[in-house]
Design a protein around this ligand. Structure first.
Ligand code: 8X3
Length: 250
């Protein structure tokens, strides 16, 4: 067992549920000391206790809150998983609520910016850094009703590419993982403001959507490649999803 002092460290945002919680578990399993960051303290405290990590209550949309995360993490960090994000609403452009778009840009793009800016010094100091941004297939395509979310996730994608250009020559790898259909407890439920039947309809008839653990496993794989290997982007979908609109339903 590696001692705490020499263990590689990771921060996972949005660690209170879904892909974030599963990623925190997968990285702990891979030997990382994991900082579990999210707004819901009770959930991340339980998770941190389970995996031997540390909980830090953090709202990525608040620079002050993110500064507290950076202060807790300290001088050195190896892996940052910018996972906090989400979709709100599915209205066509003609009827979309600008406030929902603002919230989506806030969490999926500006949140990523705040956390990345705050933790870059520690990633540099760690000497072998990795940033994994959790994007989406929604950052590759367009679909009806999705413009606010797809615009935000295209933002995640382009910020990732830009960062890779800007940091070349530094000991920091930059990756994006872009999941398609992943059945988590909250993603669709949050999108439809708790409407269970609309949320369930997203996955109706799909025998095996991805689950959070599938994505977490891929993130842990990215993190455990040798330091000179940068996985630029990894698109991951269930076998039943050939393309955004081409989903096999039984
Ligand atoms: C989630 C994928 O298809 O709901 O990031 O936009 S989708």
């Amino acid at each position: 067992m590696t001692s705490q002092a020499t263990r590689r460290s990771a921060v996972v945002t949005g660690a209170s549920s879904g892909i974030g919680a599963a990623t925190a578990r997968a990285l702990a399993e891979a030997g990382y000391a994991v900082w579990c960051a999210a707004r819901r303290s009770d959930r991340i405290e339980a998770l941190a206790a389970e995996i031997g990590g540390t909980a830090v209550t953090c709202d990525v949309t608040s620079p002050e809150s993110v500064a507290e995360l950076a202060a807790a993490v300290g001088d050195s960090l190896n892996v940052l998983v910018n996972n906090a994000g989400g979709a709100f609403g599915l209205e066509p452009v003609a009827e979309a609520d600008p406030e929902e778009w603002r919230r989506m840009f806030d969490v999926n793009v500006l949140g990523l910016l705040h956390v990345t800016q705050a933790l870059l010094p520690a990633l540099r100091a760690g000497g072998d850094g990795l940033i994994v941004n959790v994007g989406s297939t929604a950052g590759r395509i367009a679909y009806e009703g999705g413009a606010g979310y797809t615009a935000a996730k295209h933002g995640t994608q382009v910020v990732t590419e830009t960062l890779r250009l800007e940091l070349v020559g530094e000991p920091i790898r930059i990756s994006e993982i872009a999941p398609g259909m992943v059945r988590t407890d909250e993603f669709a439920l949050v999108r439809f403001e708790g409407d269970r039947s609309r949320a369930d309809a997203v996955y109706a008839g799909v025998a095996e959507p991805l689950v959070a653990e599938d994505v977490a496993d891929a993130i842990a794989w990215i993190a455990t490649r040798p330091s000179h290997v940068n996985i630029d982007e990894l698109v991951i979908k269930p076998r039943a999803q050939a393309a955004q609109h081409k989903v096999h339903r039984e």
